[in-house]
Design a protein around this ligand. Structure first.
Ligand code: GLC
Length: 436
């Protein structure tokens, strides 16, 4: 089977599940100023490593995280096994800079077991970047905490030694933690792309041990680009999906032939990936629901991030937002899971998603009078029901619609020329059953 068809087979569950949880958690969660704090504050190793001695997450409860994700309709959970600071939440034979040293716990093992217990798929994020390893570039690197530091100007490193370490750790993750569903690399930049990471060799090793695992596109790029996955000749290591970061692709993502490319928006619940208690800018549940609908309506997924604190606790505001999403998903998840781009122009009142002969109208804005189901052949409609409660939605053709014969209308109440408030201000979903 060629690379394109192999990928199509591999990503079927991913394109069905649509909604996942991202968890950024590590030593930076103690500091509480985001996961890049070591770089942004140019913290030298001698000041950063002591946090590893302090790290003892007594409130770590991955089962709680997994239950919260499941209730919110998330079908997979991805944890940072190692972020850019190089600290490992897993037992590695290649370094003692791990949670085994800090608190004698393999936090990744606890995580994968808890997530699988909830019937969700597991993913591990692994940073290609490593600000702890002695053979990672420093002085001329654009991100390293010691960038431009004269003390490192003439330092001689053996980058191949770092690559052996990085490949070795990836091998530990793909051989020691059971079946992984997603391996989320992060990220390629400047001249560190593709074969600079020995990406072909790396992916061959990963596929040998985890033939079904999905890999993102960040061996080649980062949140700013798509990489060769959209080109006529995708590289072997192009990944299985594109990973736009903090932006929903205005038109979705297609390759040069116009074929849809699997993609996943990764976004934060406030503005930080890692824990930051000074960041009050949380996205509302209402916004996140509408953005999840937007992603699915454009053929994509949403990976929504939470950043637990250094003790392992999730903050109250994040919990509240996820609970509100859970209330909506409990009644409306059929319009998300298994759905895709409906192939219909976006209506002015919201969005469409589609699954087989079920078309879902996501109504964000109440109409004056009847609701125009633009883009739908009026003779193709068998029934319309409110998804949340199964109640019948009457057709809305009447004297007010006489001039619009080709457009099907529905009525959100008794009389088509009356106006009614939306039952759900965030997103009232109408399930339209179409003739097969
Ligand atoms: C960016 C950030 C990194 C974060 C990632 C999530 O690459 O640098 O901290 O983990 O986005 O997509």
């Amino acid at each position: 089977m060629d690379i394109i068809n192999e990928r199509k087979e591999r990503v079927k569950w991913f394109r069905n599940d649509r909604f996942g949880m991202f968890v950024h958690w590590g030593l930076y969660s103690i500091i509480g100023r985001g996961e890049w704090v070591m770089s942004t504050e140019r913290i030298p190793l001698e000041k950063y490593v002591p946090y590893a001695k302090e790290f003892n997450p007594v409130n770590y409860d991955p089962s709680y995280w997994a239950k919260m994700a499941k209730k919110a309709g998330m079908k997979y959970v991805i944890l940072t096994a190692k972020h850019h600071d190089g600290y490992c939440l897993f037992d590695s034979k290649l370094t003692d800079y791990t949670s085994m040293t800090s608190c004698d716990r393999d936090l990744v093992r606890e995580f994968v077991e808890a997530v699988r217990t909830e019937g969700l798929k597991v993913g591990l994020y692994y940073s290609l970047i490593d600000w702890h390893h002695p053979d990672y570039p420093k002085y001329n690197d654009i991100n390293h905490p010691m960038r431009g530091n004269e003390a490192f100007k003439d330092e001689v490193i053996d980058f191949n030694n770092y690559l052996r370490y990085m490949h070795g750790q990836v091998k530990e993750l793909v051989t020691n933690y059971g079946k992984l569903d997603i391996l989320w690399f992060d990220y390629a930049y400047e001249n560190l792309r593709g074969e600079a990471w020995k990406a072909t060799e790396l992916v061959q090793m990963v596929r040998k041990h985890q033939p079904h695992v999905l890999i993102d596109n960040r061996l080649e790029t980062s949140g700013e680009g798509f990489g060769s996955i959209v080109t006529a000749e995708p590289a072997y290591f192009c990944g299985d999906f594109a990973s736009p970061e903090q932006i929903i692709p205005p038109e979705g993502i297609r390759n040069v032939f116009g074929d849809p490319v699997p993609w996943e928006l990764c976004t934060t619940i406030n503005n930080n990936w890692g824990y930051n208690p000074t960041d009050p800018h949380y996205k509302s549940a209402s916004l996140l629901i509408r953005k999840l609908v937007e992603c699915v309506s454009k053929g994509g997924n949403m990976l929504l991030n939470i950043g637990p604190d250094g003790n392992g606790r999730v903050d109250a505001k994040s919990i509240q937002v996820l609970k509100e999403i859970a209330v909506w998903m409990e009644r409306n998840s059929a319009s998300i899971h298994g759905c895709d781009n409906a192939g219909i122009s976006k209506p002015e009142w919201g969005r469409y998603t589609k699954k087989g002969n079920k078309l879902y109208a996501h109504v964000f804005e109440a109409p004056i009078g009847p609701l125009a189901l633009t883009g739908i052949n009026k003779d193709s409609i068998l029934s319309v029901r409110r998804l949340a409660d199964g109640s019948e939605i009457k057709r809305g053709e009447s004297w007010v619609t006489n001039e619009y014969k080709d457009i099907p209308f529905v009525c959100l109440g008794e009389l088509p020329h009356f106006s009614y408030p939306l039952p759900d201000d965030t997103d009232t979903v109408l399930e339209i059953t179409l003739k097969e």
